[in-house]
Design a protein around this ligand. Structure first.
Ligand code: NAD
Length: 483
């Protein structure tokens, strides 16, 4: 493709139903090849201000719509997203490098968010409070106003859909800043939302860099509620910005989630989940099962089977739909390699490097082999910090107490899974593990539109997904009338 064609493929901010061309741009890089896919508008405080002003204007009318009207629009958006399924999946796969099948699944889940909240909002009520016969007391759930959303690059379309569907359903309007690396599906979604009938300004997108457009959005006085999905470090900055203006925030941050496998588990039934929880999206999932805690008596059997499965995994460009695509960027691959440099080579049962078998255009991609690191020291960095690559750290335990201590032995508390046939073990572990979601004999990295999702400890606070998200995006007004 010539440079002129690439220049045409500029991804720009989308404000009040129109594109805002940018004079300053940066390259959107295809992680599967390292080639430039096009340019992205490098917006700043001015575009953020225009977006927030537009959203405030739209919200004055939008908050007066009935739940039935909002429901009709959200369901129409769900249908429109599915109507652009191929196009959205392709954009998502190219931007992130994720295998096309996973990108299709992401589009389907994005549509589900609009349908789920479109349907749920019609049954979302306040309460009456029986204070006495001469008093009428009740609560109403009211929107905050304009919600701001800053999200990560790993599931761009899903992350923005789960937030914006809830925001619009509850009568808010929204401004989003997609991740620097992955803006295209969010901008396309904004166009689709307008085409489906949303008023101009109901959903605005500002493209750009975190330290510029992101920071300007977090600090804008016209934002009434902030949703953030990303690292714990940036989440803390967002929380400070929200605290400065005394506005609520939902923080969906990192994780170091554990699969805990007891000796009575059905290992062959568990294996596909243990593998998928590490390999899905090349391990770049907040709820990746990046730690495998396995009873000492079955450690060799389980690791042997995982190594066998990892060595069968096909690798290639996301759009060619292998089982494993590249990491999102060369920088991310360097970060993953940095963790491997800190362990002894005898601990690496498979992988540990970039594949050496890829050539042609793929030689410029950010690939990393599925990797098993055994006998990991619980205090080491690879056991404590997010690797965000297709890497699992294996630790072993002798009894339930030690398993729970290891599972809880990091700063994070996002997701965990317990694999056992024993109901007593399952319930005791569910009680003992500090995490926002716990699975037993299954693992749900990523999905689960209906399931409230969010962290304990440094994995964040607040909940998205499920009906709980409706409470998160509304405030209670209590009304008391003396009759
Ligand atoms: P990141 O914190 O670097 O960036 C996230 C977003 O914040 C991006 O849009 C970025 O542009 C923006 N940003 C960066 N600096 C900013 C600043 N100073 N002010 C305002 N915005 C700023 O995270 P990342 O590397 O893009 O994403 C990976 C992280 O996201 C991992 O920790 C992962 O676990 C987490 N994550 C969490 C969930 C969840 O639901 N809990 C889901 C997906 C990803």
């Amino acid at each position: 493709m010539g440079a002129d064609q690439q220049t045409l493929k500029q991804t720009t901010s989308y404000v009040h139903g129109r594109h805002l061309p940018s004079t300053q741009t940066y390259d959107n890089v295809d992680p599967s090849t390292g080639a430039v896919l096009g340019q992205v508008g490098r917006s700043g405080a001015d575009e953020v201000d225009q977006a927030v002003t537009s959203a405030r204007q739209a919200q004055r009318e939008w908050r007066r719509t009935t739940p039935a009207q909002r429901s009709a629009l959200l369901v129409a958006i769900a249908d429109a997203v599915l109507g652009h399924r191929d196009e959205l999946a392709r954009l998502e796969s190219e931007d992130t490098g994720k295998p096309l099948t996973q990108a299709y699944a992401d589009v389907d889940v994005a549509a589900r968010y609009f349908r789920f909240y479109g349907q749920a909002i019609e049954s979302y009520y306040g309460r009456t409070i029986p204070l006495g016969p001469d008093t009428h007391a009740y609560t109403k759930r009211e929107p905050y106003g304009v919600t701001g959303h800053i999200v990560a690059w790993n599931y761009p379309l899903q992350l923005i859909s789960r937030a914006v569907a809830t925001s619009l359903a509850t009568g808010n309007t929204a401004v989003a800043k997609p991740a620097d690396e992955t803006p295209r599906s969010t901008v396309r979604l904004a166009e689709i939302i307008t085409e489906a009938g949303a008023p101009a300004g109901a959903f605005n997108v500002v493209t750009g860099l975190g330290a510029e457009a992101g920071q300007a959005l977090a600090a804008h006085p016209g934002i009434d509620h902030l949703g953030f999905v990303g690292s714990t470090q940036t989440g803390s900055l967002i929380a400070h910005a929200a605290a400065d203006r005394v506005i609520p925030t939902v923080l969906e941050l990192g994780g170091k989630s554990a699969n805990v496998v007891f000796p009575d588990a059905d290992i062959d039934a568990a294996l596909p989940s243990l593998v998928r929880s590490v390999v899905q999206n090349a391990g770049q999932t907040c709820s990746a099962g990046s730690r495998l805690l396995v009873h000492a008596s079955i450690r060799e059997e389980v690791t042997h089977k995982i190594v066998g499965a990892f060595e069968q995994i096909t690798i290639g460009a996301g759009v060619d739909d292998p089982q494993l695509g590249p990491l999102v960027s060369a920088k991310q691959r360097e970060r993953v390699a940095g963790f491997l440099a800190e362990v002894d080579s005898s601990q690496v049962l498979t992988g540990g490097t970039a594949p050496d078998s890829l050539d042609g255009p793929l030689a410029g991609g950010s690939y990393f082999l599925p990797t098993v690191v055994d006998r990991v020291d619980p205090a080491s960095r690879i056991a404590q910090e997010e690797v965000f690559g297709p890497v699992v750290a294996v630790l072993s335990f002798e009894d339930e107490e030690e398993a729970a201590a290891l599972a809880n032995g990091t700063d994070y508390g996002l997701v965990s899974a317990v694999w056992t046939q024993n109901l007593g073990t399952a319930h005791r572990m569910v009680d003992a593990i500090e995490a926002g979601q716990i699975f037993v004999n299954t693992y749900g990295a990523g999905g689960g539109v209906e399931l409230p999702f969010g962290g304990f400890k440094k994995s964040g606070y607040g909940r998205e997904k499920g009906l709980e998200a409706l409470d998160e995006y509304t405030q209670t007004k209590t009304v008391v009338m003396k009759l």
